[in-house]
Design a protein around this ligand. Sequence first.
Ligand SMILES: Cc1ncc(COP(=O)(O)O)c(C=O)c1O
Length: 420
Amino acid sequence: MTTVPGDAELLYLDYAATTPVAPEVAARMAACLQIDGVFGNPSSRHRWGVDAAHLIDAAAGQVGALIGAPADGVVWTSGATESDNLAVLGVGRFARERGRGNHVISARTEHAAVLGALEQLEREGMEVTLLPPGPDGAVTVEQVGEALRDDTVLLSLMHVNNETGAVNDIAAIGERLRQHPARFHVDAAQSAGRLPLCADAWGIDLLALSGHKIYGPKGVGALWVRRRPRVRLSPLFHGGGQQDGVRPGTLAPHLIAGMGEACALTMADMEHEPARLRGLRDHLREQLVDLGAVQVNGQANGSPHVLNVSIGCVNGDALQADLDGLGISAGSACSSSDQAASHVLRAMGVPDALAHSTLRFSLGRWSTRESVDAAVARVGASIQRLRALSPAWPRYRDGQSLDALYRRNPQPAGASKESR
Ligand SMILES: Cc1ncc(COP(=O)(O)O)c(C=O)c1O
């Protein structure tokens, strides 16, 4: 398929995987790169360095404003994967090394960046409890309360799930944790710019962000770390003294200015954009459900930008192949290279066979009613073609439910292990 100008706006519906850089952000970044720009090393004492240091302080202010937290807690990283690793490994190791506890709580639906860091903590001898989500993809404050132990040092939860858009009630969970010394880390990579964030007021201790999910550049992110009272963590990198040694390495003014600008733009859009996306998402959902044998995965009113649907009575591989050229995701972009069913859908009890024909649509700045309708037309035509070949489709039309056709996983894979 050839791409003509304008196609991207119409066909790209994968903003949860990544967003293009906003033109304002690109301009801000470009102004940092060359000899006449703010390109200095922020650690240098001459005027080029001082200018760069000011730029970085201003960008931290823009991050702080977006997440509702003091700017002095912002630690720049390479993205949310690094931020999550720094939070989980950093807090876990710091506590364990000082004999403060050996137990961490998280959820089965977390991003691989958190799950991978938790696996590393387990290899190092820590105990991890992964909470199972409800069928809507979220965990509850009661589950957290029950899992907390005297030796729990960290709770790590995502705000918005990247595959389903399911929202955890971070404010309520933070409130529950106030009575406990465990640190609270929140992966807000998907919620930033889509839902209000009040890191300080909600009792969050660490919060991870990614530039490229909010129209900023790839290769930059932030971990906000509470300073009052001070949250301590073991660094992942060693060597330079930048950022108080928490994350050493020369800071990149162009990336950081871009991320700051992206935060400011996102914040300015908060008044109207989430409501616009919610309207588009609801329209998309209605039209997809009208195609029949479509299961919506996640909450009825999850994050405004994500819609996850499993399409019954079609061959999943054929569906993916047929939709080549449409910018949507088979699950999460981060895990779709492996053929195993999504760990998120499995944890929610979606049968593997149905999970294999799941599509994630995610909306953003350039999504319009026209782009949503164009996507539905493509998906609808493909489904119609594939269902003509499906032995399950006549059975569905004769009254068999999707549940009966696919038989829900009575015991989602891995569910028998309470701790891992
Ligand atoms: C919830 C969540 N956490 C973490 C990440 C990793 O972010 P990055 O690509 O910035 O490393 C992603 C990206 O897919 C995400 O959606």
